[in-house]
Write a protein that binds this ligand. Sequence first.
Ligand code: ZN
Ligand code: ZN
Length: 417
Amino acid sequence: MKKRLLSTSISTLLLGLSVMPAFADEDVTAWRLFVADHDKPVVNVIDALDGDKLATFNVKGPANLSRSESGATIFAIQGSAGVVSTIASGIAFHDHGDHADIDIDAPRLLPLELTGKKPGHFVERQGKIAQWFDGEDSAQILGESAVLKGQKNITKVNVVAPHHGVAVPYDNYAVVSIPNPDDASKRPVGARVVDLQGKKVGDDALCPGLHGSAGSGDTFALSCETGLLLITQKNAAPVIRHLPYAKTLPEGSTSTLIGGKGMQYFIGNYGPDRIILVDPTESDSFRLIQLPTRRVHFVVDPVRAKFAYVFTEDGKLNRIDVLKGEISQSVRVTDPYSMDGHWNDPRPRIAVADNKIYVTDPLKSKIIVLDATSFKKTSEISVEGQPFNIVAVGGSGKVHGEHHDHEAHHHDDDHAH
Ligand code: ZN
Ligand code: ZN
């Protein structure tokens, strides 16, 4: 693919100040894709704008990837290897009030690792990370800033017994799942607020079959067989309320949730070939959408807030209009990927970056690129092996020229600013 001027200027920036020509304030856009292989302990970093490979990180096992809200850090959760590796995306934003500065550095595998038996669900909100371990009786909580500094400043919060659950971090608290008292290997039965010493705060919230969690706006949701738990925090301890499924819905429940960006809503699975849209502020909160075939993966569009995308096993990417509550467009992007077989077989995953949608095609060793506006395939990026889990980070910001008039800058001088 032809190099764009923008990429060239970013490369120049990476060379450092000494060789950089003086220029005035400039708007710079940078987006990176972090792509984990399905079988190999490898995370590739790709420049989303030109498809160039920027780095390959060798980790310890096949990884599930999560990014922080800020985009400064990526977490490679390697369930089989008992470790979570931390990665600095190399793209950071600094709020300057009326504009944001963008800092671009090389992506780096950081020295800090979180270790424990069977690392599972990962939640980050407001710069705080909660990493769950299915094989441990405590969850690990730490700050994103500590991760970037390589400080192993971890608080362990007791979760009664090892189980497949989740922890949601708040300032001086966490919401943690409650294991099934009869058999902790079964799904959790509820959630509770604890302080960082592990002491219970308030009443337990019932949530039979708890699995699935996502944040949207000021609300974090956990899905249950009976409905959703909605968590909000005003001042001190977070508060949990239960939103039951509407009586009009057919029998079923949600076990995977994603949360809207820029607009408050949740999308959950509801059986293999339907999804529900949830507006937590409406009394008639749930809208059911029938998919053409079974669902493989779904994401929200963080830029075009009213859209979400569902990849279905027929090889199609479906655009969901969240306001209308319907599929507004579908486009074939890969050969069919049947949901028969193992749940963790290599199948496409989606990420959105800037004005593009990226769909991994693991069996064809490539990433399909679609234009988010025209919703048409525009190009492909070849990736060795089986590109599987994918997250995108980036955005636009200002890079100031030589005479910079901001007082507050906390970055090192090893890169251009
Ligand atoms: Zn600035
Ligand atoms: Zn799970």
